[in-house]
Design a protein. Structure first.
Length: 276
């Protein structure tokens, strides 16, 4: 996937729209930068297709494998399992993968370097760049929930108060990991390789491809330490209602810790200059 090209005029427009002076509230600057980033994102059809289509289509390719597992034995249904998988894939493809591409492309095109000369802070630049991807991920989660409730008869979530923190933690952690991955990614093309380890390990171990309930206990315990595992656990628990109060608090605490750590690490080690 190649980054969208950005002319000097477009870069200058992003700077002017994002730097409204000291009087302009932060949300206005973020909105302007997010709108500019969305326009650039829409020009890259490969990234848009991956972000929109893969999380919707990939879970259904898992259906034959899931049919071989006795999900009812673990208190799960095929509809709920596919829904949680789709939301997990949205974290990885709509947010993480597309943001690695965006951060690297904007850095190599010197867009981020020019933005830093204006009124925007580093945190605002990283957040504004992430807004379109995070918005797509959140919208997908809502659409998937409604669609699965109608088509796969998942019903209403049994613990809806766990869904929002699970979604927020997953989106924020994915964005933070994308900034961190972009730090050691030299080009947009190499981003497809540098993002693979986190994507592969998360798909297999965080309960996206297979629920942790069907894993060996020791393996499930190790996989529980992965960055997106607590967020996925909260989302699943929100639908199934199977998390006890103690388990929910543990997942909430771990998810919050991972979100804070991912954001801190992404901002701390993010590279603003093109890598040579």
């Amino acid at each position: 996937m190649s980054g969208a090209g950005t002319s000097h005029g477009e870069t200058r427009a992003v700077r002017l729209s994002g730097s409204g002076g000291a009087w302009a509230p932060a949300w206005r600057r973020l909105r302007a930068l997010g709108r500019a980033e969305l326009a650039l994102l829409c020009r890259n059809r490969g990234v848009v297709f991956t972000a929109l289509a893969v999380p919707l289509l990939l879970p259904f390719s898992m259906r034959p494998a899931l049919d071989q597992i006795d999900l009812k034995k673990h208190g799960l249904s095929i509809g709920t399992t596919l829904l949680v998988a789709a939301i997990g894939f949205s974290f990885l493809f709509a947010v993480y993968s597309s943001l690695v591409n965006a951060y690297v492309a904007r850095r190599e095109e010197l867009v981020l370097k020019r933005l830093r000369t204006g009124e925007l802070s580093d945190a605002e630049i990283l957040t504004g760049t992430a807004l379109p991807a995070v918005g797509i991920g959140l919208a997908q989660a809502v659409v998937l929930s409604v669609a699965c409730a109608a088509l796969l008869h998942t019903g209403a979530p049994k613990a809806p108060y766990l869904l929002l923190p699970g979604l927020v933690a997953g989106l924020v952690t994915s964005a933070g990991l994308a900034a961190l991955t972009a730090a050691w990614t030299r080009t947009v093309e190499s981003g497809q390789v540098t993002a693979l380890p986190i994507m592969f390990v998360t798909m297999i171990g965080s309960g996206i491809t297979f629920p942790p309930e069907v894993m060996p206990e020791r393996l499930a315990s190790v996989c529980g330490l992965l960055p997106l595992t607590p967020a996925i656990r909260l989302v699943r628990g929100g639908w199934t209602g199977q998390l006890s109060g103690y388990e929910a608090l543990g997942a909430l605490g771990t998810a919050l810790a991972w979100a804070i750590l991912a954001v801190f690490a992404g901002r701390r080690w993010f590279r603003w200059e093109p890598r040579r």
